[in-house]
Design a protein around this ligand. Structure first.
Ligand code: HEM
Length: 212
């Protein structure tokens, strides 16, 4: 059967999906243990990791696993997330996006302007999280860092975590809001109707073999 007559189109292969869900699971674990350490009102979350001591020990290791797996995903996908003039135009037309007025929007490739922008926000916040996290990781790296720098690292770490969490909230909301998107990351496929409606250039690229 030719790609143009197939009902389902492949969007992610199994290694990409395993990679993505590893990032998602470690993100949730890093966020929960991070909240437990952030403020006494959320210390009870430490019980999920055994105790406060265990939350404290595990949090940076979970963070490193998350960073490495996210780096793997980013290396696989960055080429598709390069922002072009049409994406900036798409972002400026956000009112039409929110109102689902697709006809008014510039045609979208594999990812839309919002997804691409969010991708780079994820990259920047993940990098900032890992660099600042090493800066106050006791007992391994913190002794090498001057106290003033460590204080700045703590604040920037919390800031990067906030940005990433807000970004992921938008990411999850969009994945649920745009019906049929979750299937892409669960089963690896999307319907031809979904691809034509939300990513027409990508659809054309798959069915006619044209470049994005
Ligand atoms: C926790 C719940 C999460 C859910 C339900 C979820 C869901 C999804 C779905 C459905 C897609 C496919 C979108 C499409 O192909 O159009 C996707 C893609 C993606 N997700 Fe997630 N995700 C989650 C967490 C995360 C986290 C924590 C990260 C990174 C920190 C992440 C990074 C990505 C990236 C990089 C893509 C590819 C999109 C692109 O390259 O622009 N996701 N996600």
């Amino acid at each position: 059967m030719s790609t143009s007559t197939r009902k389902w189109l492949q969007r992610y292969d199994a290694p990409q999906r395993i990679n993505h869900w590893t990032v998602a699971i470690t993100f949730v674990l890093a966020a929960l243990s991070g909240f437990a350490l952030f403020h006494p009102s959320m210390y009870w979350l430490a019980q999920l990791f055994g105790s406060g001591t265990w939350a404290r020990i595990l949090h940076p290791f979970i963070g490193v696993v998350m960073f490495i797996s996210f780096a793997g995903l980013a290396v696989r996908l960055w080429r598709h997330n390069r922002l072009a003039a049409a994406d900036r135009q798409w972002l400026r037309r956000f009112r039409d996006v929110a109102a689902a007025r697709h006809v008014q929007l510039p045609p979208v490739g594999r990812y839309n302007g919002g997804q691409k922008l969010l991708f780079w926000v994820m990259v920047a916040s993940a990098l900032l999280l890992v660099v600042t996290g090493f800066g106050f990781w006791q007992p391994y790296f913190a002794p090498l860092v001057p106290i003033e720098l460590m204080r700045v690292a703590v604040v920037l770490h919390a800031f990067a975590a906030l940005v990433l969490m807000l970004g992921i909230m938008v990411h999850i909301y969009a994945a649920i809001w745009v019906t049929g998107t979750m299937r892409a990351m669960v089963r690896g496929t999307v319907s031809t109707a979904w691809a034509r409606r939300h990513h027409p250039l990508w659809y054309r690229q798959l069915t006619q073999g044209s470049k994005e």
